[in-house]
Design a protein around this ligand. Sequence first.
Ligand SMILES: Cc1cc2nc3c(=O)[nH]c(=O)nc-3n(C[C@H](O)[C@H](O)[C@H](O)COP(=O)(O)OP(=O)(O)OC[C@H]3O[C@@H](n4cnc5c(N)ncnc54)[C@H](O)[C@@H]3O)c2cc1C
Length: 484
Amino acid sequence: MGSLEPDSETETGTGTETETETETETRTGTKTGTGTGSGTGTRTGTGTGSGTRAGTRAGTDNDGDNNNNSDSDNDGDSDSDSDSDSDNDNISDINNNIVVIGGGPAGLIAAEIAATAGRKVTLIEHMPSVGRKLLLAGRGGLNLTHSEPFDTFVTRYGAAAPALSGALHGFDPSALRAWCAGLGERTFVGTSGRVFPQSLRATPLLRAWLRRLDQLGVKTLVRHEWQGWNDDGSLMVHGPHGTRSLRPAATVLALGGASWPRTGSTAAWVPVLRGIDVEVTALQPANCGFVVAWSPEFAGRFAGVPLKNVRLSFAQHSTRGEAMITAGGIEGGAIYAIGAPLREAIAADGFADVIIDLHPDLSPAQLAERFARTRPSDSTSTRLRRVGLTPAAVALMRETGCAPDALKALRLRLVGSQPIDRAISTAGGIAWSEIDEQLMLRRRPGVFVAGEMLDWEAPTGGYLLQACFSTGVAAARGALMLER
Ligand SMILES: Cc1cc2nc3c(=O)[nH]c(=O)nc-3n(C[C@H](O)[C@H](O)[C@H](O)COP(=O)(O)OP(=O)(O)OC[C@H]3O[C@@H](n4cnc5c(N)ncnc54)[C@H](O)[C@@H]3O)c2cc1C
């Protein structure tokens, strides 16, 4: 049987932001209510439906699973035959349905919205099960969204904020929390303002969600890959029984970005869309680590050690939090937060110098005064530790040749970005000029797009999943309007 958990290999990747940040999260006791919603008008959360149609394959694959993490081989083939036989029987029914392609959070919520509105929905997924990246995100606590004021929240999407704000308004953070509560997964606000499910896991949420989709009659075809359009405009879908042409009433594409391709997000859609002249901004790693040319001694001793409570600055960007030293560089929430300008500078100049304040709680004068109070006969390292620096911070000063009086402005040279296949998210994607307000492709009427395949990026903090949910909802609403 397939598992709700992603491949074991994917468990061991970097994904450091979620792991390091949520480790330190504590609950403030701000829980969601009973799931009655925020009044944003979303039609999710009813969980009702006919329940009479063929069960979702992913749901039945996963529901019976024991969720044992060691049973994490989602690529196992044991369920393929039964899936594909029933798919073969029913695939001709798809014409005139709403077809959603891609079983990540954007696609799943689009399927739910359309099915809740009473439409027949078919969800197509090329992996053996849906929601694999969502499950991977669950490894780090599943930071679903953020509780900061909406006006501030929207700014986290930078240049894409104006284009995204309609979708974010239409299904906002409180709507997402209410939706979660409606699935039996209440949320809490951590000390940083980030929002998590109480279980800090994705598995219970996904399991309940798939059950709901099943009840709503959503038909899920796993191991079916969308490969583009035929000359007559029909969808070309390749499954275990060969390639079929489908002509749905409306299509939602929610195919994800390019990070962690083992979860299914392979970005094979990029040449397909470019082939019909849709502009796709180059996909690049976002929320990724950066390369530093550490000495072997430093890397050997400190790889895996966090720099806690540091301030990182680059140009006019500044952030405070935790960064993890790795064998090849640095990663973690603090560096991700200023990752976009760093990435751009490295692309332009070949390097970027990030400024690190190793003791942001003390002013330079306070630090100097504390340092002066330490014993001059002690080594500089010992004196620095006495003013509150960790051994890793002291070693970093030595590694970079930073003098003790410059510990609030240590200069660290980054010489590259980590590859996209280990990034948390993807920058770039379908250009906003290619879609209308309903997220419909101008060059392909009736085809809506959602999630990470759109051209936006945001730091970690729940902004990624929120935008995927919000655009999934918006795309489905667009598809429903088209059908009227
Ligand atoms: C390690 C890690 C931790 C993360 N933690 C967080 C977090 O805590 N908070 C947060 O907000 N975000 C987090 N994210 C990011 C978040 O998981 C993604 O932004 C989100 O999953 C993207 O959703 P999506 O639906 O757009 O795409 P995906 O989740 O990538 O789903 C796309 C789906 O489409 C399928 N597909 C692709 N091509 C085809 C095709 N041709 N035919 C059929 N199916 C296809 C894929 O198999 C996949 O199932 C994390 C990501 C990673 C890698």
